[in-house]
Design a protein around this ligand. Structure first.
Ligand SMILES: Cc1ncc(COP(=O)(O)O)c(C=O)c1O
Length: 426
């Protein structure tokens, strides 16, 4: 199944590359920079949001409704990456990426010493999964809606160490979802490791309530936050998780291959680090002393990563946060909600011909809608979309066999209408 999915995705992205993206590829800046917004912007103010759209080199002919896989970057981010790389290569400068930890921390409601830089969400998940003191028979609560990036590390620990994974299916309300989590509790439960927002249908899980309950019961609380930052207003101290893995390359619209991991300060003594090197130490090791001095771990989440990082990419992450803050995260969230509510209402208009698999409850949804079209094969429909320059995602994970659309600030109602017209035709 996974091999098929991989092959299918390779073929379809090759098809898209060949027919859609490359002919109008351009990263030359075509728009004046946005001015900082003080206060609210109406989510339906198309004049403002079309100015925002001008900030993206994203192909204008393509209705890109797949931000959940990859968030296209705006010009200021691309420029910052280029400039950051030039600085290193022209001046021989090195380092400086730690500054991004502080910026990311502020953006997600954490402290600077609680952020580790990673390359993607998967890195962060593996650091947490392998660092937790779990033994054979210990139970971990997860969902039936995991992405491979959260599923496979825990399944790997099941294979290697014999931990036991217990799963629930998210319900259509936050309240019932929480009840389903609680129902899996046994005296062997040690951790919850659930997505903030599953990749499958974009449901916003009640992360704060799940973490509060987990901590009340002495469990480790880990959240796969691939889709939180940049879509929702995220405050990790308020959420109360022990660790949260995320990336800049989805909803934050940052450079691809830039992730980050939050590890609560008090949890850093518990979460063992295994991957260590320059920066993750306290500078006190010495192989030539007698006895050899081992040194110790950095007194921060820097203990979870070491070695040279791509400074240029992190300049791009800084620029992505600046771009978001120029518009305002609250304004961005409102626009995301406005577009996805429109999309959801349009999907519901098809009645029983289209099955919406994302909850309608407002607190349980944000920028993503999942659906199936009755009597239409999801792979065939994906292909139809690609042929018509509409980019969505198939969801083959966990036998869901459905489709997913995800919309961000660069999208328009017209692009959503293009998808709806294809559904109507199908
Ligand atoms: C919920 C979820 N978790 C984890 C991942 C893996 O992210 P990455 O490719 O950055 O490692 C994804 C990617 O789409 C995801 O949607």
């Amino acid at each position: 199944m996974q091999a098929n999915r991989r092959k299918f995705l390779q073929q379809s992205s090759a098809a898209l590359l060949g027919t859609v993206v490359l002919p109008s590829f351009s990263t030359d800046i075509q728009a004046a920079p946005l001015a900082k917004v003080e206060g609210n912007i109406t989510p339906s103010d198309e004049t403002y949001w079309s100015m925002v759209r001008q900030q993206f080199p994203l192909n204008k002919d393509l209705a890109y409704l797949n931000n959940g896989t990859m968030g296209p970057s705006p010009y200021p981010v691309i420029e910052a990456v280029k400039k950051g790389m030039m600085e290193g290569d022209v001046n021989g400068s090195y380092g400086g990426w730690e500054a991004t930890q502080a910026k990311l921390a502020k953006f997600v409601g954490a402290d600077e010493n609680e952020i580790a830089l990673t390359h993607n969400v998967t890195d962060g998940i593996n650091i947490v999964c392998w660092g937790l003191p779990l033994k054979k028979g210990d139970e971990v609560i997860m969902t039936t809606h995991e992405h491979v990036g959260n599923a496979f590390p825990w399944l790997n620990r099941q294979m290697v160490h014999g931990i036991v994974i217990k799963v629930f299916t998210p319900a259509s309300t936050a309240e019932e979802t929480l009840e389903r989590v609680k129902a899996l509790y046994t005296k062997k439960t040690r951790a919850v490791a659930v997505p903030h927002i599953p990749c499958t249908q974009g449901q916003v899980l009640p992360a704060k309530e799940i973490c509060t309950w987990a901590k009340e019961n002495g469990l480790f609380a880990f959240i796969d936050g691939a889709h939180g930052p940049g879509m929702l207003l995220v405050d990790l101290h308020e959420m109360g998780c022990d660790a949260y893995a995320s990336c800049s390359h989805k909803w934050m619209l940052g450079p691809k291959g830039t992730g980050f991991l939050y590890v609560k300060k008090s949890f850093q003594q518990t979460l063992q680090t295994y991957f260590v090197g320059g920066g993750s130490d306290n500078g006190k090791w010495n192989m030539a002393s007698t006895p050899i001095a081992t040194g110790a771990y950095a007194d921060s989440a820097h203990r979870y990563y070491g070695g040279t990082q791509a400074s240029g990419l992190y300049k791009g992450v800084d620029a992505a946060i600046d771009f978001i803050e120029t518009i305002g995260m609250a304004n961005i969230h409102e626009r995301i909600m406005y577009l996805s509510s429109y999309a959801q209402a349009e999907l519901l208009k098809f009645g029983d011909k289209v099955e919406l698999i994302t909850p309608t409850e407002v607190r349980s949804r944000a920028g993503v809608n999942g659906f199936r079209i009755k009597g239409v094969n999801f792979n065939d429909f994906y292909k139809t979309c690609a042929d018509n320059k509409v980019r969505i995602r198939v969801v083959q994970e966990n036998s869901l066999n459905s489709l997913r659309m995800s919309t961000h600030i660069y999208n328009t109602k017209e692009e959503i209408d293009r998808l709806m017209a294809l559904i109507q035709k199908a």
